[in-house]
Design a protein around this ligand. Structure first.
Ligand SMILES: [Zn+2]
Length: 322
């Protein structure tokens, strides 16, 4: 029911977000998630020439070995770059990595950019992701700071809507902005594999990075887009956690719709993030999804950026608008 209004809101919000102008600070060192010490990657065959390289589920990378070299979807964090490159080199019919996708700007996706960019690889990302990687970012909730990547490490092929690498790889923008406003998918049609970055979590409640454009309404909206791109046989690879099915996406879609409605109602009745957390709006899902407080807080705050009339106020106060 509120879906209609959510869509309208998102359309309006997208126009607003386009004007976002970003401000300064420190250096890209700290990770977005706590790093677990799990540098080794396991290679799991998804299909002929297509592999999931996973570091204990904390970092999922997909590699396709093509006759002219390797395509990678995400590059994991810089501190596991060597382990990842070793794993890629050990794949059957491996070769040089000629193309790297960044499903969004986070350091867990962009750890190979410096190295592969310097070697002349094509680094593909949505234009918003490219822009985030050219600017300083500091989170308001914990002061983590991220400096721009060097020119060579920045995406050198950005897109707005959809694209094709060749007949074997298609990609597109997930325009509702779930995790960040640069979320994208990469599709391997022959293998019926869809790589979705952090727009979908395969490992508990997600991190809603509303500071760079993600929001709870976007989680619902992007799941809707992904349902249209999948069938019962599709394997969906998130950036963290297990490989998912279309049925998993469907249940997540229904679950996040419920959470979105509850949080929106609380926002509309004047509640704040502490009250949202205290109200336990995810209670019936927590046994499966895990501790919810951080997710609920960020998801609630994400509504400020998209649903309140003076949405930009907190960001203006923090000096982010020019
Ligand atoms: Zn992320």
């Amino acid at each position: 029911m509120a879906l209609q209004s959510r869509r309208q809101v998102m359309r309006a919000a997208m126009h607003g977000a386009a004007g976002l102008c970003l401000a300064p600070l420190a250096s890209r060192v700290a990770p977005v998630y706590a790093q677990s010490a799990a540098p080794a990657f396991d290679a799991v065959t998804l299909s002929e020439r297509l592999y999931l390289l996973t570091s204990a589920g904390q970092a999922n990378v997909v590699a396709q070995t093509q006759p002219d070299g390797v395509v990678l979807v995400d590059g994991a964090a810089a501190n596991v770059a060597e382990a990842l490159l070793d794993t890629v080199a050990g794949l059957p019919a491996s070769g040089a990595i000629h193309s790297l996708f960044n499903t969004h700007w986070h350091p867990q996706q962009t750890g190979l950019n410096e190295r592969l960019g310097a070697e002349g690889a094509t680094i593909i990302a949505h234009e918003n992701t490219r822009l985030w990687l050219t600017t300083d970012i500091t989170y308001p909730w914990d002061d983590q700071s991220f400096a721009p990547l060097s020119k060579a490490a920045q995406p050198n092929l950005s897109f707005y809507d959809t694209g094709e690498l060749n007949s074997q790889v298609r990609y597109g923008y997930l325009r509702h902005a779930a995790h960040t406003d640069g979320d994208m998918y990469v599709q391997f049609p022959e293998a019926n594999v869809l790589v979705v970055g952090d727009t979908v979590s395969g490992a508990g409640w997600p991190f809603v990075d509303w500071w760079t454009g993600g929001w709870i309404g976007g989680i619902v909206g992007n799941l809707e887009l992904l349902l249209d791109l999948t069938d019962a046989q599709t394997r969906v690879v998130p950036a963290r956690g297990r490989v998912l099915s279309r049925a998993d996406l469907q249940s997540q879609y229904e679950m996040y719709n419920i959470v979105y409605e509850r949080l929106s109602r609380m926002l509309n009745s004047g509640r704040g993030p502490d009250e949202a957390v205290a109200a336990k709006p995810t209670e019936e899902f927590d046994a499966i999804m895990g501790p919810p407080d951080e997710f609920v807080r960020r998801a609630f705050e994400s509504l400020w950026a998209y649903l309140t009339p003076d949405a930009a106020l907190p960001r203006r106060q923090w000096g982010v608008f020019a």
